[in-house]
Design a protein. Structure first.
Length: 356
C-alpha cells in the first residue's frame, strides 16, 4: 500500500490558514483536509476532517494538558493514521493549530508508514512580515497563546513556520523589504506564490520519488544552520559568524543583549568550555532569545551563528561575537581548568554536572 502524500500547513492567522487549506484541497480531486484547533480556556481540541463536498468527521476532544505535544501524540497523529488507512485519499492537507510549529509534526510523521510528507506550507501576511517577525509582540498579547504560561514571541513562531516551508503563500506579493527578508531567511528552492493561485497538485507530486529527509537535517535544524547567501538589500543584512572556538561563559552573558535582542533573527549553535559535550542551541526572534540543550556532539564541536537584522549595526554584533569567543591564551590553559566551574547558564541549559 503506497503512503498517502501529506502537506502540513502552518500560519499565525486562522483566516489565511483556512484559505490556504481550502485552495489546496480544491486543487486535487480526492484530497481531504484535517483541521485542528485548540481552545485553551475550555481545555478542548476541535478536529475536523473534510473534503470539497462535505464534513467527513468532526469531534470536540477534552485534553488533560492543552499543549501541542500532547495534542500531537493523543489526537493529530492517530487521526492522520486513521484517515490515511481508512479513507485512502489522494492527499491529506493538515491545518495545524494557529501558531503551531510544523517541524515536530513533520519529524514524527517520518516514522509513519501510511504517510509521506510532501511539503510544508507557511501562509502569512507579507505586509506585516517585518513587524511580526522582528517586533517584540508576544502571542499572549494577541490572544494567540496555547496556554496561560505560553510566553513565546510572535516572531519566534513565524520564523519557525517560514524557515521550515517548501512553499510560502501570501495574499499579496511581498513588498521589497519583506522580499529581502525572505531572501535572507529561506533557501532559493523555496517557492513563493499568491494565496489565490495555489497549486496543490504540484505540491503533492513534487519530489515524489525522493527519500524523506531524516529529522536531524530538516529545514530549521539549528545544528545544520547556514546562510542563504543573500547580499545586503533594502536595509536587510545577514552575518554568518563561525569559529571552532567555544564561547567564554562570562563574556557570553555580557554580550548576550547585543547578540540576541532587538530586530534580529538569530539561529545556530555554540559550545562552552564548562559543557564541552553539549550542543548549545541559539534561537532568537521577536526580541527574544532562546538558549537550550540541543543534545550531544557527534562531531568536533564548533560555534556557528547566522544572524539576520535590519536596524542594528552589524559591526556591533561582529565585535560582540569576537569578544565572547575564548582567546588563544585561555585555550592554551586547557579545558580541564573549567571542569566543575559554575557558568551561570543553568536556567537555560539545565543543571551543570560537577559545578561548584
Amino acid at each position: 500500500m503506497l503512503p498517502v502524500p501529506t502537506v502540513v500547513v502552518a500560519s499565525i492567522d486562522s483566516v489565511l490558514r483556512e484559505s490556504a487549506v481550502d485552495g489546496l484541497v480544491t486543487d486535487l480531486p480526492g484530497a481531504v483536509a484535517v483541521r485542528v484547533d485548540m481552545y485553551v480556556d475550555q481545555g478542548l481540541l476541535h478536529r475536523t476532517v473534510y473534503d470539497t463536498a462535505s464534513v467527513i468527521e468532526e469531534a470536540w476532544v477534552p485534553l488533560d494538558h492543552v499543549c501541542l505535544s500532547c495534542a500531537m501524540r493523543e489526537e493529530i497523529l492517530p487521526t492522520l493514521e486513521r484517515v490515511a488507512t481508512t479513507l485512502r485519499p489522494s492527499a491529506i492537507h493538515v491545518a495545524l493549530p494557529v501558531t503551531a510549529e510544523p517541524l515536530p509534526l513533520v519529524a514524527a510523521l517520518s516514522a509513519f508508514d501510511p504517510i509521506a510528507v510532501r511539503g510544508v506550507v507557511s501562509v502569512f501576511d507579507a505586509d506585516r512580515l517585518e513587524t511580526d517577525l522582528l517586533g517584540d509582540d508576544l502571542l499572549a498579547e494577541r490572544g494567540l497563546a496555547f496556554t496561560a504560561t505560553d510566553r513565546r514571541a510572535v516572531g519566534e513562531v513565524l520564523a519557525h513556520q517560514v524557515e521550515a516551508a517548501d512553499l510560502l503563500l501570501t495574499p499579496e506579493p511581498p513588498p521589497a523589504r519583506a522580499a529581502a527578508l525572505l531572501d535572507h531567511l529561506t533557501d532559493v528552492t523555496v517557492r513563493r506564490q499568491p494565496l489565490h493561485d495555489t497549486d496543490g497538485r504540484a505540491l503533492v507530486t513534487a519530489n515524489h520519488d525522493a527519500e524523506p529527509a531524516p529529522a536531524d537535517v530538516l529545514r530549521g535544524d539549528l545544528l545544520h544552520v547556514r546562510s542563504t547567501g543573500a547580499g545586503p538589500r533594502e536595509g536587510v543584512w545577514t552575518l554568518d559568524l563561525q569559529s571552532w572556538r567555544p564561547l567564554h561563559p562570562g563574556r557570553l552573558l555580557d554580550q548576550v543583549v547585543s547578540l540576541g535582542t532587538g530586530p534580529l533573527r538569530g539561529r545556530g549553535h555554540f559550545w562552552l568550555p564548562t559543557r564541552p559535550t553539549v550542543v548549545c542551541a541559539w534561537d532568537g526572534a521577536g526580541g527574544q532569545l532562546s538558549i537550550g540543550d540541543h543534545g550531544r556532539w557527534a562531531t568536533a564541536p564548533d560555534t556557528h551563528l547566522v544572524i539576520t537584522g535590519t536596524a542594528t549595526d552589524p559591526d556591533t554584533l561582529i565585535r560582540a561575537f569576537d569578544t565572547a569567543l575564548m582567546d588563544d591564551g585561555e585555550l592554551a590553559q586547557g579545558l580541564a581548568r573549567w571542569h566543575g566551574r559554575a557558568d551561570g547558564l543553568d536556567r537555560w541549559l539545565g543543571e551543570q554536572r560537577g559545578a561548584a
